[in-house]
Design a protein around this ligand. Structure first.
Ligand code: GDP
Length: 378
């Protein structure tokens, strides 16, 4: 993999690098970096920005297959675009690359803000790079905005990893809804796999249902926790523990080591009574320190053991297939919903229906029934 830019290439008018922390990975319709494969110009010289040529579907497909990061980044931007022309092109690129995807280990990582996710992912990612892995780090954060003001948007903390030529870090798409972010992240994950990344880390913070969403797109799910605080204090939602294939107590360093070990034992006893998240795999409780690096390799050893065990039992591929089918249903539901609410008949009838219901002139069930009949033409 060729190394790409490491500093923000572009900041909005009136912002500076500190407040706009997201690396801007090239636009889809003209932008400012060079031709594919060329290095990016000086980020501070905005006046030299020049328009980039558009890429065709085969430019994207060939570029990604050739592990060209600039093109990968532009393809992700294409996926994240809401413009219909971009979406058509993105679909074509994704369909062509489907056979190249799927060859990675997908690891989801969650934990409350402050637990050390960024620090851990940096240490973990570096460890994986040292082991010869190609690591892509993605984030799923439904609160993310274009200005990078989100909890997971600030990836400047992963400075060392972002300098590693074998790693690729992409902030959460600014999708608004969790569904929108999830679609874009799934497709980004596929593109990263097609570009040769063999380990995909998907980071999320527990906003809404984001842990569940990420659980549905990864093979292995890691929960990071802290010692010395009740689970309620850590904002761990009921059920998140049940999603995890491993729980590691982070910050197991210095004076905190005994507390971390006690927490691990406590988790170990609790987890014995829980239904495992993955059939045939007993969830693991461990300790690690993202600062000292102690235990970070245990996490990877656990992932490797998990992959071997579940591939042998068949539950690895069964989960992947199930995830694809669930994803298909999700997209059908989203598509139907979008079509329904955009339909002129529905747009016209809904306010009338709402008024009638408010005034007590119609029942909810009756009104809905009538609208659906009209919509489906029955
Ligand atoms: P995030 O919000 O979950 O991404 O957490 P961060 O990675 O930003 O870490 C939050 C704070 O915890 C930072 O001040 C880190 O330096 C600190 N931190 C992270 N990991 C460790 C660790 O293993 N040990 C100690 N002592 N501090 C840590």
């Amino acid at each position: 993999m060729s190394s790409d830019k490491q500093r923000p290439e572009w900041v909005p008018e009136g912002a500076d690098e500190k407040t706009f922390t997201t690396h801007v990975m090239g636009g889809v319709d003209g932008g400012h970096d060079g031709m594919p494969g060329q290095s990016v110009g000086n980020p501070h010289v905005r006046t030299r920005l020049k328009k980039r040529p558009r890429l065709s579907a085969s430019d994207y497909i060939d570029g990604i297959r050739n592990q060209n990061r600039t093109i990968l980044a532009r393809a992700i931007t294409l996926i994240e675009s809401n413009a219909p022309a971009h979406q058509d092109l993105a679909r074509e690129v994704l369909a062509a690359l489907l056979p190249d995807a799927g060859q990675s280990v997908r690891v989801g990582i969650t934990g409350v803000p402050g637990v050390g996710k960024s620090t851990f992912i940096e240490a973990f990612g570096m460890e994986l790079c040292e082991r010869g892995k190609h690591v892509a780090v993605l984030a799923v954060d439904p609160t993310s905005t274009v200005s990078g003001g989100s909890v997971l948007g600030d990836k400047t903390r992963m400075e060392k990893l972002s300098r590693c030529p074998e790693a690729f870090i992409r902030p959460s798409p600014a999708g608004g809804t969790l569904g929108g972010v999830a679609r874009k992240s799934r497709e980004t994950l596929m593109l990263c796999e097609a570009a040769g990344f063999d380990t995909i880390l998907v980071e999320t913070v527990g906003v809404g249902q984001s842990e569940v969403t990420v659980r549905h797109m990864v093979d292995f799910f890691l929960l990071l926790m802290l010692a010395g605080q009740g689970d309620e204090l850590q904002g761990i939602k009921k059920g998140v523990i049940e999603l995890a294939d491993a729980i590691f107590v982070n910050k197991a360093d210095g004076d905190n080591i005994p507390r971390a070990k006690a927490k691990r034992s406590e988790l170990h006893s609790v987890m014995r009574f829980l239904q495992p998240a993955t059939p045939g795999w007993k969830p693991i409780a461990g300790t690690c320190s993202a600062h000292t690096g102690e235990g970070v390799d245990d996490v990877w050893n656990t992932v490797e053991r998990f992959v071997t065990t579940t591939q042998e039992s068949g539950s690895f591929s069964r989960r992947r297939q199930k995830q694809e089918i669930e994803w298909m249903h999700t997209l059908i539901e989203e598509g139907l919903k979008a079509h329904f609410f955009a339909h002129p008949l529905v747009k016209q009838r809904l306010p009338e229906m709402e008024a009638s219901i408010r005034e007590g002139k119609a029942t909810v069930a009756g009104s809905v029934e009538a609208l659906l009949s009209e919509y489906t033409g029955q």
